[in-house]
Design a protein around this ligand. Structure first.
Ligand code: KG4
Ligand code: ZN
Length: 416
């Protein structure tokens, strides 16, 4: 079947068309069109997603992206970049379905006023084209994102159960257990901020632009590389007998780290909240507040606050924050794998793009567990993951689709 999929739960307007076939355990897909518009530039001045603006942008961009996607499908243009000048962005060309057999749309969780935009357009088109409307949980979409590719063909491979899924995004931090295919049990989640939200808020404290996750991660990666390099140099020198004559080898520290406590009076160290708690829950609000107090201590508001912080100290804070947040995620995930005997681990959601998370997860997951991440392109919000989850749900629900009256956006929708 030709499936149109729609995602508008936050600040990405995304529309794709895929050819989907096969059974619920053996489905395959071909991407025919994949259009999206990120609103990052619009939200930068507000330091986060401004819902009213996001809704306005979804409404403005939806028809343009849709018309272009259908044109690509009809003309077999595949994944050519969108031409905004030639796309008129009207719904005139949409009177016929252009061979679309069904529509999948995100109905939660997310920003309700944004979800409604996709949902209203989807409902309208489904009625006009007389095709089924499939409602998709955004988080289930993230789980299936690990099987997708943003162009060409892909299929869902055989995956060993039980699956454990760590979902990490701007709104969620959850550990989800999947004992049976497409049945979900949330075994742990954040009690306050989502990890992506903490990255974004810490970035704002450090005066870095929105979205903060990639910015923090970039600074942290650079600082980590620098510290590793200094460590290597110290080790080389001590091997050559040049220095540290009376210092035991294990205590050699990178020059940057040693000089830092002297400069600022103490070493940068942040808490790992709930690291040793007996459950699988997380907490990131205390970590975020610890960063706030640290910045206030290093650069009090009276002397100009964060603007007074030098770049090196900012990078060290970013590194320690990333180390702390990722350690919490990785440690709880490792414990959950062991407790539930998971054979597959899926790590998905915007924060799954984080390189340190990927590296650390690889280190703790044994050879017996198959580790799956989405491609970098499909880590963030996209409509292909909605299409995959949509098709599988269509099969799971025996091709039944919801009655018009029951179609509602649900900002707090949970997996089950
Ligand atoms: O899944 P997503 O695109 O949207 C939501 O459903 O929330 O996730 C967005 C989140 C943002 O908080 C963003 O800062 C974070 O993912 N993020 C990252 C990285 N890339 C995106 N966080 C840490 N490191 C990254 N490289
Ligand atoms: Zn998301």
């Amino acid at each position: 079947m030709k499936l149109l999929s729609i995602e508008t739960s936050c600040d990405d307007t995304a529309i794709s068309v895929m050819e989907a076939k096969g059974s619920i355990t053996n489905a395959s897909f071909r991407v025919l069109a994949n259009n999206s518009n990120s609103q990052i530039n619009i939200h930068i001045p507000y330091g986060g997603v401004y819902p009213v603006l996001a809704k306005r942008e979804h409404i403005k961009n939806f028809p343009i992206l849709l018309e272009d996607a259908l044109k690509k499908v009809k003309l077999g243009l595949d994944n050519k970049p969108i031409d905004p000048v030639r796309s008129r962005g009207s719904l005139r060309a949409l009177a016929t379905s252009n061979g679309i057999d069904a529509i999948a749309v995100t109905y939660g969780p997310g920003l309700e006023m944004c979800l409604w935009v996709g949902l209203v357009f989807a409902q309208d088109l489904a009625k006009k084209w007389d095709v089924p409307l499939i409602l998709v949980n955004h988080m289930e979409g993230h789980i299936f994102s690990v099987f997708g590719k943003n162009k060409g063909k892909f299929k869902i491979p055989k995956v060993k159960l039980p699956i454990l899924s760590l979902l990490v995004s701007g709104g969620h931090t959850q550990l989800v257990l999947i004992k049976k295919w497409m049945q979900y049990e949330i075994i742990g989640e954040t009690l306050d901020d989502a990890v992506g939200e903490a990255f974004d808020k810490v970035a704002r404290m450090l005066d870095l632009p929105y979205p903060g996750g990639p910015q923090i991660s970039k600074l942290a990666e650079e600082e980590r590389a620098k510290e590793k390099q200094s460590l290597r140099e110290i080790e080389k020198q001590s091997f050559l007998g040049v220095s540290q004559a009376d210092e035991p080898r294990g205590s050699a520290k990178p020059a940057g780290v040693d000089s830092d406590p002297e400069k600022i009076g103490f070493s940068i160290s942040l808490p790992r909240p709930m690291l040793h708690s007996k459950n699988f829950d997380f907490s990131f609000s205390g970590l975020k507040t610890a960063v706030l107090y640290l910045i206030r201590k290093l650069a009090p508001p009276e002397i100009g606050g964060v603007k007074h912080l030098d770049e090196e100290t900012k990078s060290k804070i970013a590194l320690e924050f990333e180390n702390a947040a990722i350690e919490c995620l990785v440690s709880k995930t490792a414990k959950a794998i062991e407790k539930y005997g998971a054979k597959t681990l899926i790590v998905a959601g915007g924060v799954a793009a984080n390189q340190h998370l990927r590296n650390e997860m690889k280190k703790v997951v044994g050879r017996k567990v198959k580790l799956l991440f989405p491609t970098q392109e499909l880590s963030g919000d996209n409509s292909l993951m909605i299409g995959i989850a949509g098709y599988l749900n269509y099969l799971k629900n025996k091709k039944k689709f919801p009655k018009s009256a029951s179609i509602k956006a649900n900002g707090n929708l949970r997996l089950k």
